[in-house]
Design a protein around this ligand. Structure first.
Ligand SMILES: Cc1cc2nc3c(=O)[nH]c(=O)nc-3n(C[C@H](O)[C@H](O)[C@H](O)COP(=O)(O)OP(=O)(O)OC[C@H]3O[C@@H](n4cnc5c(N)ncnc54)[C@H](O)[C@@H]3O)c2cc1C
Length: 362
């Protein structure tokens, strides 16, 4: 029988970040993932944005999250040889005088100073884009190629025999003297990084997920070269994000009561109609993708040990912002697992202990 420190279940962004940091610490790990193309990490644009929403708010903990993200993705680039982290600006269209007033009054606050430039120069790509009322420019943003990162990291794990392509069968976990046996190996801990699928995990399904399905289009357009070359992302009624060459990500939609994780005709039509109102140049739709965002009710991630079985842990709840939130919290969570101490209440699984007590035991 083999032994190892950790079994990581799920190798989207969350599992990738944990596995990477554990290997850095010299830990013995194994990773298992069923490899399904409709996962959040495979569909996301990977935008890291310091200023978001209609209410124009500065993103939670951005001063800590951004440097940790840049550092981690740079280290992953060095390890894997890909280019995943791209520093970007965001050109955000404002659609009315009211919206502009809100933007100007909020971004005049000192805490926005390093993130916003007003008024921005009108970029060349606006020749291909229908203008709004005015615009703002966001600095210190980024875009992370999450599909390539997770794919390349999976390949790396495979070359080291640290990866099994399968969905974990919960019924085959055996608890032995504070450890967990799965297959032919005994682990000190199993960490679940299953994204929205944790809703169906018998130990953690009590967590209050409020998931949102999202759909996106991939388009090709030679006429959007100015946007591809600009170092900017466009936030119009939809986000338009340059990928490689003349390929662009367009999204996204929200469905708060998803029945499946498959692309739908309804959202395709919504995206197509939205895009037709944004661009005034030629483009071809080359793909449509869908996935479910793993969001928790209070919009904060959730980490920690199971209330009764401390051999089981969860690292989840990245919602709409895994690219920025994940790297910092992967480091903090491993520090907690390895050295003890407390996780902040805001992200600690213990904040939902009352929900656990009210559930039927598994
Ligand atoms: C349309 C859309 C756009 C988005 N845009 C952005 C963005 O611009 N910026 C941003 O930061 N975030 C964005 N997100 C959110 C981001 O994708 C998530 O926060 C992040 O990818 C979540 O990663 P995860 O690893 O927790 O989950 P996932 O990516 O869902 O990965 C979970 C993994 O677990 C595996 N798995 C599940 N159950 C099991 C099991 N029992 N056994 C084995 N394997 C299992 C799955 O196969 C999967 O690979 C977007 C999401 C969507 C859907």
């Amino acid at each position: 029988m083999n032994t190892a420190d950790y079994l990581i279940v799920g190798q989207g962004l969350a599992g990738t970040l944990l596995a990477f940091n554990l290997l850095k610490k010299g830990k013995q790990i194994h990773v298992i993932d069923g490899v399904n193309k409709n996962t959040a990490s495979n569909v996301a644009a990977g935008i890291i944005n310091p200023v978001t929403g209609r209410r124009v708010v500065k993103s939670w903990m951005y001063e800590k999250l951004y440097p940790a993200a840049k550092q981690t993705y740079t280290e992953l680039q060095d390890l894997l040889g890909g280019e995943y982290f791209h520093s970007k600006k965001i050109y955000r269209i404002l659609f009315s005088a009211g919206e502009e007033n809100k933007w100007l009054s909020k971004t005049a606050l000192a805490e926005f100073a390093q993130y916003v430039v007003d008024p921005p120069l009108v970029p060349a790509f606006m020749d291909q884009v229908n203008a709004g009322f005015s615009a703002g420019e966001i600095h210190n943003a980024a875009q992370v190629d999450l599909p390539s990162l997770t794919k390349d990291f999976r390949h790396y794990l495979k070359t080291k025999n640290l990866f099994t392509e399968a969905f974990l069968d919960y019924e085959k976990l055996e608890f032995q003297d504070g450890k967990v046996k799965y297959g032919n190996c005994i682990y000190n801990k199993v960490i679940f990084c299953e994204g929205h699928a944790t809703r169906f995990n018998p130990w953690f399904s009590y967590l209050p997920f409020e998931v949102a399905k999202g759909e996106v289009l991939l388009i090709q357009s030679k006429e959007l070269k100015a946007l591809a070359d600009s170092g900017q992302l466009l936030k119009h009624k939809l986000f338009i994000v340059p990928l490689q060459g003349d390929l662009f990500w367009v999204g996204s939609t929200y469905d708060w009561d998803p029945k499946d994780e498959l692309p739908s005709q309804e959202k395709r039509t919504q995206l197509e109609e939205g895009l037709a109102k944004i661009l005034n140049c030629d483009y071809q739709i080359v793909d449509q993708k869908a996935a479910i965002r793993p969001a928790i009710k209070d919009r904060r991630p959730v980490f920690g040990l199971h209330p009764e079985k401390s051999e089981l842990a969860v690292f989840n709840g990245f919602g709409t912002k895994g690219a920025s939130i994940g790297p910092y919290w992967a480091i903090e969570f491993l520090e907690y697992l390895e050295s003890g101490g407390d996780l902040p209440e805001e992200v600690n699984i213990s904040r939902y202990n009352d929900l656990f007590s009210s559930k039927e035991p598994v």
